[in-house]
Design a protein. Structure first.
Length: 556
């Protein structure tokens, strides 16, 4: 088999390269073996990634025992939970591109034959997969796993409860001592945020895409099975290499439809829309926001997962993990069972190897779903000609009409919520937080959780050209496109404008005529750049619309 790594190992002219590698312990026989890159997003900045060095050791042992030579290298991670609610959150989505670029560059430079990536917090998963698709070398993605839930006053809690506790405390519904108690209880150890938030959503979607080992997504981070499966992946990537099974052979339109179905059936994060669009763009697969709406309309929600439901990712693992959800979809005649996966087998063949637990409410029986439709809807109207995304999983109120309360940043909106200036019936509008305008499209969990914590979760709606955390609940419309910074209609809104959100009709509109909107736009001026230099300035110049995944080579 011809190897990419021959370019750095074979021939007299490569003696300098071999000399460098001998300094790292390689011997003559190693230069005849496949080279495997092990891209590790380990970091001490977040509990989601703090344990990945342990898993990397297992991967490398598996690679060596299967006859390969592993080379571990690192890249960055940003903790969404720690960056949330302040200026730091602008860096989160930007980090997805840096992660993808850095993995691509190391693999390109050193000509490794195959790739294993270890991921944890939200942007490490799509960033790593985007790099895999660009490189198109045999590859498998490993997820570090979910954190276990904490316990507060006799019930499970996650980081979502801490954000909501901030709002409850501001409203006088929780004491400072109770806030401190839930803060200390919510995150008991390593792993990504425990509910079906963005990291667990993307892990589920990537397993459904076929780029993760079957059954891997839901295993908790501290569980010994994580080490065992990481070792097995280290061995398996050599088999994937022998089969020349590259990501673009796996990531077909059918695979993306499977991932969207799983997101819909589980009630996953709206960030899956943004990231799956970006991954599909890298793979050259035609995918649009309308595909999400079409599939979600036809896919019942079977999983009852937090934030809107009752269960955390560890509960899903206990009853069968993501394969159980995929089995429901297969039984319903929805899943594309013939799609190929990194195992070299089809989705249907992989599912035959699992046995599932019955008689529980984590994933409902086929004939009694949580809802007859999936967890994502795409709305349009004179405020979102390119579309906007709504998470409707476990949301009771799917229509709202009320006056706009307009804020030009998340911080200003949060201050208004904490000051109790938002009242029942309002539509909170947060703009200039899109990919270009912020820049970086931050998540609005601090605002949405504060609204919910004050008891206004069913009385107030919110719309933004920014994003939402997977922990967000309530009638919240995000990814409004075009964004305000490029002159999207959301830039024209004023306090008091009547806003209508109607998910059943897929409508997001203001009671303004086309003439009035046009007149307001003529006097609109683009805001000054918030960051005139550095990474954010480069990102703002290059990034495209959220409706196409906020990728960097889609900008007009």
């Amino acid at each position: 088999m011809t190897r990419r790594s021959d370019l750095v190992t074979s021939g007299n002219e490569r003696a300098p390269a071999r000399a460098m590698m001998r300094a790292m312990g390689l011997r003559d026989e190693d230069f005849q073996k496949p080279f495997v890159g092990v891209a590790n997003t380990f970091s001490e900045v977040t509990p989601c990634n703090v344990h990945l060095n342990r898993l990397a050791k297992a991967v490398k042992r598996g690679v060596r025992e299967a006859g390969g030579v592993p080379f571990e290298f690192g890249t960055i991670a940003v903790s969404d939970g720690i960056a949330m609610g302040h200026e730091g959150m602008k860096a989160s989505l930007v980090s997805r591109e840096v992660i993808a670029d850095s993995i691509e560059l190391v693999m390109h430079a050193h000509r490794y034959d195959a790739l294993v990536t270890l991921t944890g917090c939200d942007k490490t998963l799509p960033g790593a997969l985007m790099a895999m698709v660009r490189l198109n070398v045999p590859a498998i993605l490993i997820y570090g796993g979910t954190i276990l839930p904490g316990t507060f006053e006799g019930h499970d809690v996650t980081i979502q409860d801490v954000f909501e506790a901030v709002g409850a405390h501001a409203a006088g519904k929780m004491t400072a001592a109770q806030l401190k108690s839930v803060e200390c209880a919510a995150c008991p150890g390593e792993g990504s945020c425990g509910g079906l938030f963005t990291a667990n959503t993307m892990a589920s979607c990537i397993e459904a895409l076929g780029m993760m080992w079957p059954g891997h997504a839901a295993i908790p981070a501290p569980d010994a099975r994580r080490d065992r499966t990481s070792y097995e992946v280290g061995q398996a990537v050599l088999r994937v290499l022998q089969q020349s099974l590259t990501p673009r052979k796996i990531l077909t339109k059918e695979a993306f439809e499977n991932a969207i179905m799983v997101d819909a059936a589980m009630g996953g994060s709206t960030n899956a829309v943004l990231h799956l669009l970006a991954i599909a763009h890298e793979a050259g697969v035609p995918l649009s926001v309308d595909d999400f709406d079409r599939i979600s309309r036809a896919t019942p929600q079977w999983a009852d997962m937090k934030p809107g439901g009752r269960f955390v990712m560890a509960d899903l693992d206990r009853v069968g993990g993501v394969p159980l959800v995929m089995q429901r979809l297969l039984e319903a005649g929805l899943l594309r069972g013939d799609a190929i996966t990194v195992t070299g087998r089809t989705v249907k063949e992989n599912l035959r190897t699992f046995r599932f637990t019955n008689g529980h409410d984590v994933v409902r029986p086929l004939k009694s779903p949580v809802a007859p439709y999936g967890g994502i809807a795409i709305v349009r109207g004179n405020l979102a000609p390119e579309g906007a995304v709504v998470k409707i999983a476990n949301v009771k109120k799917l229509a709202h009409q009320g006056p706009a309360r307009v804020f030009d940043s998340e911080l200003l909106a949060f201050e208004a919520v904490q000051a109790k200036q938002i009242t029942s019936g309002d539509v909170v509008v947060i703009r200039y937080e899109g990919p270009k305008g912020s820049p970086g499209m931050p998540e609005m969990l601090a605002v949405t959780a504060a609204i919910r914590g004050q008891g206004l979760g069913e009385q107030v709606a919110l719309m933004t050209d920014g994003r939402f955390s997977g922990a967000t609940t309530g009638l919240m419309v995000g990814h409004v496109a075009p964004e305000a910074a490029v002159g999207g209609p959301i830039a024209c809104l004023r306090d008091g404008d009547a806003i209508t959100i109607d998910v059943a009709k897929r409508q997001l509109s203001a009671a303004l005529s086309d003439a009035e909107l046009a007149a307001r736009l003529t006097s609109w001026k683009p805001p000054a750049l918030k960051y005139p230099s550095g990474a954010f300035a480069k990102y703002a110049r290059l990034v495209g619309s959220a409706s196409r995944g906020a990728v960097l080579d889609e900008a007009p």
